[in-house]
Design a protein around this ligand. Sequence first.
Ligand SMILES: [Zn+2]
Ligand SMILES: [Zn+2]
Length: 291
Amino acid sequence: MKVKFWGVRGSIPVPGKSTVKYGGNTPCISVANNSSELIIFDAGTGIFNLGNEIINQKKYYNLHIFLTHFHWDHIQGFPFFAPFFQPEFNIKIYYNTVNGLTAAKAIDEQMKSGFFPVKREEVFKANVEFVDISSVDEVKIDVFKIRKIHTHHSEGTYSYRVNESGKSLVYMTDNEIFCKREEFHPSLESICELNADLINFTDNADILIHDTQYFEEHFSEKVGWGHSNNSAVVYFAHKANVKKLFLFHYDPGFNDERVEELLTESVGIAENELNGRTEILLSQEGVETEF
Ligand SMILES: [Zn+2]
Ligand SMILES: [Zn+2]
């Protein structure tokens, strides 16, 4: 399996000199193997560059976009995804309906007159199919099996696990790993107790890509915002026996140095407290990992 990061930033795009190394685009990753199907998670602003690569590469014509939820930073790139505008592409969009909001409605709202110059049905030329997976636990696409679980975020937010030929990847962004609030440093026991379903879902994954929006030291002000701190993420990955953990969905206020500090601190926690079983890395825009 090959995973490539197209957008690794949470909340709002932050392009510029101070974010050039890890990237300023909002969430989008692609997952591929040697088949002709391309799996895409989320349609943040990172999907713009992915769309252009798909057009230039002429390799993938069946595209499967899975949305974690409809928050702005996860759908903002939709109207600018180039394959929508070309008839040779088959694009399926998998989503979970939230209070009557579907993916089609979300895109139509984004492209409503007043916000956007043209309407979806006037300009999208690809064969686009919307697939409501609200009541589905597993989707099979060629050799990929994709399962989902509800995360600790706004209603209707899901994480996905991809299994293919004995390899597995968990994409879990926009998730607050619950830890006991009265404890300054979260305990392994509280993480296990309060997140058992998600740890179980992630068990033995080769790769976990997880929301790490905060440093632990600032987390007390951000409890309930639906994002995780680095200590909790490191503990969570350790308990789930993850081989490689990619920190993801960085706070838009972090420059490249701050992102690197996030890694240094996280590696320190893993080595000093947990014997460093899980390898910890930074997700970085434009970088591909094969496993
Ligand atoms: Zn987000
Ligand atoms: Zn969100």
